[in-house]
Design a protein around this ligand. Structure first.
Ligand code: FMN
Length: 139
C-alpha cells in the first residue's frame, strides 16, 4: 500500500458546486477501489491524500494530475505504508474556511498555503483538517 499527498491550485472560478461534482464521482470510485483519503479545499488550493494499493493510487492520480479543474499539481509525498490515516472513509472532504486556524510549527497564523507544508507536518495537518470535515450526502 502507498500514501500519496499532493497540492494543487484551483482553476479560476472553481465553485463549491464543482467541488461537489468531484466528490460525487470520487466517493463511489474510491470505495470500490479500496482507496481512502481526504480532499481539502480552501477556495484557492486543493490538498489531497490518497491511500491504497500502489497501482490503484497511481491510476487515479494520473487522471487527477491532468484534470483541468486544477493546475500546478505538486507531490508532497508518495511513500509505502501499512497504516491508513483515513481507514474509515472512501474520501473525506474538508472545506477550510478563513476562520479555521491550523496549528503548525510553520505557517502558524498565516493564511493556508499547502505548498509550504513539509512531509513531517502532514499527519498533523490532516488530523486538524479532519476536525473541519463534513460528510457529503451523495445521492
Ligand atoms: C482536486 C481533484 C481531486 C480528485 N480526486 C478524485 C478521487 O479521489 N477519485 C476519483 O475517482 N476522481 C477524482 N477526481 C476526478 C478525476 O480527475 C476524474 O475526473 C474522474 O476520475 C473521472 O475520470 P474519467 O472521466 O476519465 O472517467 C479529482 C479531481 C480533482 C480536480
Amino acid at each position: 500500500m502507498i500514501r500519496l499527498v499532493y497540492v494543487s491550485t484551483c482553476a479560476p472560478g472553481l465553485s463549491i458546486d464543482d467541488v461537489y461534482a468531484i466528490m460525487k464521482v470520487s466517493q463511489p470510485w474510491n470505495v470500490q477501489h479500496e482507496l481512502s483519503g481526504m480532499l481539502c479545499w480552501s477556495g484557492e488550493f486543493f490538498l489531497q491524500c490518497l491511500e491504497g494499493d500502489r497501482s490503484e493510487v497511481s491510476k487515479i492520480f494520473a487522471k487527477i494530475a491532468t484534470d483541468r479543474r486544477h493546475h500546478r499539481v505538486e507531490l508532497l509525498i508518495a511513500a509505502p505504508t501499512n497504516v491508513r490515516w483515513f481507514g474509515e472513509w472512501g474520501m473525506g472532504f474538508s472545506q477550510l474556511m478563513a476562520s479555521h486556524r491550523l496549528d503548525l510549527p510553520r505557517g502558524r497564523g498565516e493564511s493556508f498555503n499547502p505548498y509550504l507544508l513539509e512531509a513531517v507536518d502532514l499527519e498533523r495537518t490532516f488530523e486538524q483538517l479532519a476536525t473541519f470535515a463534513q460528510r457529503l450526502a451523495i445521492d
